[in-house]
Write a protein that binds this ligand. Structure first.
Ligand SMILES: [Ca+2]
Ligand SMILES: [Ca+2]
Length: 252
């Protein structure tokens, strides 16, 4: 889908080069004309204007930093999933039971792969990816306190960002923006800066909670993936553990 966007952008660039002039100049030369031929010209001009108004993608980089050493409970973060989307409640829906698209494996076992695949198939999702390698090199794995994940993507006005990463010392909790996602533009201006206040801690509702950091069925101590008492509760925000992560976004 990203490739398709690039193809559209390339086609647009070639079209502009072929026109060899500004759209405003072309529009100005289209003198009012009541003839049928004149109306056809006007339609073409309007079509050109729509195409040139289409925004070129903006590149964003998001950094999720594990600050939990100075928070309530030190915890690793796990590899996560991110999507760029236009629809609401795409990664999850607040107050609704998990839809079985892979969020359970991300929230219980730190495995984003299934969620990345299923959300990437949606027509309202332009980019779907995993962030798995902590910054500073190294292999895919948890981001320990003091380390971070970063991921880069392209977006255009009207796009939203959603992502999720497991709170590893829990049964099925994950950090994520509200289920609407984060609007990546204010008008045509890309957002940049600190997003931490927009991030919540959520209970996926797929496994019964134990005391964070102590439960035998939590990822650091469980015998294997998907171990614990299943439940089917609505996804809900969890209080506490503020300051566990910081999230920032930059253009470029
Ligand atoms: Ca739970
Ligand atoms: Ca478990």
């Amino acid at each position: 889908m990203l490739l398709r966007k690039l193809s559209i952008a390339l086609a647009l660039a070639l079209l502009l080069a072929a026109c060899g002039g500004s759209d405003e100049g072309d529009a100005g030369s289209a003198a009012p004309d009541t003839t049928v031929a004149g109306e056809e010209m006007t339609d073409e001009e309007m079509s050109d204007e729509e195409m040139t108004d289409e925004e070129m993608p903006t590149t964003f980089t998001v950094t999720v930093t594990n600050m939990s050493d100075s928070a309530e409970l030190a915890t690793p973060l796990a590899p996560g999933a991110f999507i760029v989307h236009t629809s609401m409640e795409t990664l999850f829906a607040d107050g609704i039971v998990d839809r079985g698209e892979g969020l359970e494996a991300l929230a219980e076992d730190g495995d984003p792969s299934s969620l990345v695949t299923s959300l990437g198939a949606l027509t309202t999702v332009s980019t779907s990816g995993a962030f798995a390698n902590p910054d500073g090199g190294g292999e895919a794995g948890p981001a320990l306190p003091g380390s971070s994940y970063s991921f880069t993507f392209e977006a255009t006005p009207g796009d939203y960002l959603s992502f999720a990463t497991m709170f590893v010392q829990s049964n099925d909790w994950f950090f994520a923006p509200a289920s609407s996602g984060i609007s990546l533009f204010e008008g045509d201006m890309p957002v940049a800066g600190d997003l931490t206040d927009l991030i919540g801690l959520w209970d996926a509702g797929t496994e019964v909670d134990e005391v964070p950091g102590e439960g035998a069925n939590q990822a650091p101590r469980q015998a294997g993936p998907n171990t614990g008492d299943n439940q089917s509760a609505p996804i809900a925000e969890v209080d506490g553990y503020s300051g566990t992560i910081t999230v920032s976004i930059a253009v470029g």
